[in-house]
Each structure stands twice: as C-alpha cells, then as structure tokens.
Design a protein around this ligand. Structure first.
Ligand code: CMC
Length: 399
C-alpha cells in the first residue's frame, strides 16, 4: 500500500510591511514604460526615450503606448485623423470655460473642465476597454483646446477654433497664440510632449489606476490624476524652477551684481536652510533623469535661438553646484529642471507649465487606465493602526 505524504503546512503568510510612500512596492504591471533609476534609463515599450525624442512624433508615441507597438504608416494616419477629429469641444464647453474667473489657476480650471466633459457624454461611465479607449482619445484631443481657450479668455482674447490640418503640438500653439508656430517651435513642443507622456507608476498615474480600479469612469480617473500632478513635489515643480530662476535674477538686480555671481550664494543658502531645490531629485532616479539629459542639450539650442541663453547658463551653473554638494546623495536634475527653460523659451506663461505636463501625460494616464481595466483588481491596501484600543467613550458634558 502506498501512503501519500500529508501536504506540507503552508508557509505562514509574511507579516505585511509598512512602507511609507509605498517606496519599492510593486503595485501594478505595465507594458508601457520601463525605468532603471540607477542607470538613468527610460524606455517606452522598449524603445529608449532619446530615440523617440529624436525620431518620433507625439501622435506616434501615443499609438506606441496604447498599442504596445509602432504603427504602420496607414495606422498612424488613421490614428492621427481620429485624434484631430476630436479636437473640437462639445457644444457649450467653450461658454463654460469662458465663464471661469479670469484669475483662476489653470490647473484648477483644467481639473474642473476635464471633469465637466463627462456631463456632455451620454455614455460617460463605460469601463469596457475599447469604449474607455475612445473616451481617452477624445479627452486627450480636447485638453489642448480647453487650455488654449482658457488662456485666451483670461487675456480677453476670443476663442480660436482648432485646426484639423495641424499636429497636436502645432494646433495647441495655434489656438493659444492665434498664429501657426514655426516648424522649429512646433517640433520643440512636440518633443516636450513625447518626453512627458509616460513614466511608470508615478503618483498621478497611480491615482488614475486607483480610481479606475473601483470601475469608476475615465473622466473621474483623469480628473484625480490632474489633481495629483499639480503638487509641487510632482508636476508642479517645473513652475517652481522658473520661480527660482526669477528670484535669482531679482537678487542679482537688487545687489547690482552679474547673475552668475549670485547663483552660488543663493543655492548654498537654500541648501544650508535645508530647503529643496526644485527640479532636482527623484524617487526613482539616483542619477540624471534621461529626459533631463535630452532636455538639457535641447533647451540650450532653443534658448540660444530665442535669446534666453542667460536662463540656460544659470540652470547649468545650478546643476554644477548641486552635483558638487548633493550629487553623492543621488540628487540630480529631473525632467522639470530643463523643461522650465524650454517652455519659457517657447513663450509659454509660467502657470501653463504644469498644464503642459498634464496635456501630454493624459496619454500615459489613459494607457494605464486601459491596462487597469484589462484585468482589474480593486486597490485596497491596509493601514497600520497606531491609535489606542479599548478607549472609553466620555459623554460630552464630562469632557
Ligand atoms: N534639493 C535638495 N535636497 C534634496 C532634494 C532637492 N530637490 N531632493 C531630495 N533631497 C535630499 C533630502 O533633503 C534628503 O536628504 P537627507 O537624507 O540628508 O535628509 C535626501 O535628498 C533624500 O530625500 P527624500 O525626500 O527622501 O527623497 P524622495 O525620494 O522622497 O524625494 C522628491 C523625491 C522628488 C520628492 C524630492 O527629490 C524633491 O522634493 N524634489 C524637488 C521637487 C521636484 O523637483 N519634483 C519633481 C519630481 S520629477 C517630476 C515628476 O515625476 O513628477
């Protein structure tokens, strides 16, 4: 008679570990972007970001992220045509945007208006992948129209309708300024869009996936993601970088010294006061962010072409001081550092920097929303309770 060995007792479940900031915790699988923070690598579907920035377009990059492969010429033409067919806002949205207070912060306006788009969609709640993908495409196409419409409204200018013969990047600048941008400026902006499109499970992307996991709608997930992005520790840092460069210039003026002489004491003062230098440091990268490497060369070119070389030189000087002072801690420039100079050189207003990040990142957020829907599991982590137990309820009169 053969005897069967009793099943081995299953290993006791490992005690849950508390990781503040969820640092190092893998919370999702993705086929979109790969990051090696030690080596400074970022790939979209396996293609290095530098290669895409040099050779691709934003439209092609979005197709790549959403379909996990490069398109054929015919597929790209169809995708681009679909995107352009959605540039226009639903009837009533322009008036809604024009009823916003002129002094509203563009990110608050954008978050509110992306949310408002859901009210113009009779089928807003679709969470089936193909249907949700169509919504994502429409929201991506309409976001530039929302931002440009609001910016013109606050300047007292009339709304400029989108042009379907223009690319995503060129059309935005056309709607914003009322003039078609030069090819060089449109391409510069297109590259910024490519570089910001996706970046693993960053805070706003995680937010989008968490909201999606309840089977809420695409509008809610993107609205939440915009709210997350605007924080100064996330996408809001590019505006803070520009504010800092302005403060250094103002200090130089006040002291009657050349800017280059003021940079060192300004940065050292901040570091000594334990203040953060915006545009530096990253939870994942412990070397220079590969997007910053590309943007550095690129921002030098565009700053030279547009007469903003002084800003670039100031940034470069700050980078050298930071490498000397905190490089050993792995604090290097991130994507926001040189994108500030680039956006400024393109002529964008300071408070539009973070909306530009959002405009591009809607593509990445959407890709993650679709990945989440395709094999959803509700996010529901646990909290470690650190409060009292068996406490007595004291009636209010006795407290
Ligand atoms: N300037 C000076 N010191 C810094 C900076 C900085 N920007 N960032 C981190 N450090 C120091 C920090 O003081 C700490 O030093 P110590 O160990 O001596 O106390 C050490 O580096 C580690 O800091 P941490 O806060 O534990 O690092 P983190 O992984 O939580 O922070 C970060 C990541 C992005 C929040 C932080 O680097 C930061 O606040 N940077 C400035 C804001 C910024 O540029 N954000 C944009 C991020 S990239 C765009 C995006 O993906 O959203």
């Amino acid at each position: 008679m053969t005897t069967t060995a009793p099943p081995a007792p299953s290993a006791p479940a490992a005690a849950p570990v508390f990781k503040p900031g969820l640092e190092g915790i893998i919370a999702a699988e993705t086929k979109m972007s790969f990051i090696d923070g030690e080596k400074g690598v970022l790939e979209y579907v396996g293609i290095p970001i530098d290669d895409l920035a040099r050779n691709s377009t934003f439209e092609e990059t979005v197709f790549l992220l959403w379909n996990r492969r490069l398109p054929s010429k015919a597929e790209l033409d169809t995708f681009t045509a679909e995107l352009r067919a959605n540039y226009e806002l639903p009837a009533g949205m322009v008036q809604r945007i024009e009823s916003c207070p002129k002094d509203a912060t563009p990110m608050h306006m954008l978050r509110t208006m992306v949310s408002a788009l859901s009210m113009y969609d009779a089928d807003a709640d679709t969470v089936e992948v193909a249907g949700a993908g169509k919504k994502a495409l429409a929201i991506l196409a309409q976001t530039p129209t929302i931002i440009a419409c609001f910016d013109r409204h606050r300047r007292g200018e009339k709304f400029v309708a989108p042009r379907k013969d223009l690319s995503f990047a060129a059309n935005f600048l056309y709607m914003l300024n009322g003039a078609v941008p030069t090819e060089a400026v449109a391409r510069a902006f297109d590259i910024c869009m490519i570089l910001h499109a996706d970046h693993g499970l960053n805070n706003s992307t995680f937010t989008a996936r968490v909201i999606t996991s309840t089977l809420s709608d695409v509008y809610s997930a993107l609205t939440g993601a915009i709210g997350s992005l605007r924080g100064p520790l996330h996408g809001g840092a590019n505006e803070e970088v520009m504010v800092m460069l302005g403060e250094i210039e103002a200090e130089a003026k006040k002291q009657g010294k050349p800017t280059a002489e003021v940079v060192e004491p300004f940065i050292m003062g901040r570091l000594q006061r334990k203040e953060r230098i915006m545009g530096f440091g990253h939870r994942v990268y412990k070397t220079i962010d590969p997007r910053a490497t590309f943007l550095k060369t690129f921002s030098k070119q565009i700053a030279t072409d547009t007469g903003n070389l002084k800003l670039y030189e100031m940034s470069s000087q700050i980078e050298a001081i930071m490498a000397r002072e905190v490089g050993a801690k792995g604090i290097y420039p991130n994507v926001d550092f040189y994108s500030a100079t680039t956006y400024h050189s393109i002529g964008l207003k300071l408070d539009l920097f973070t909306p530009m990040f959002a405009m591009s990142r809607i593509s990445g957020w959407s890709g993650h929303i679709l990945e989440q829907l395709d094999g959803n599991r509700l996010f529901r982590p646990a909290a470690k309770y650190v409060g009292p137990h068996a406490a007595k309820y004291v009636p209010i009169a006795q407290r």
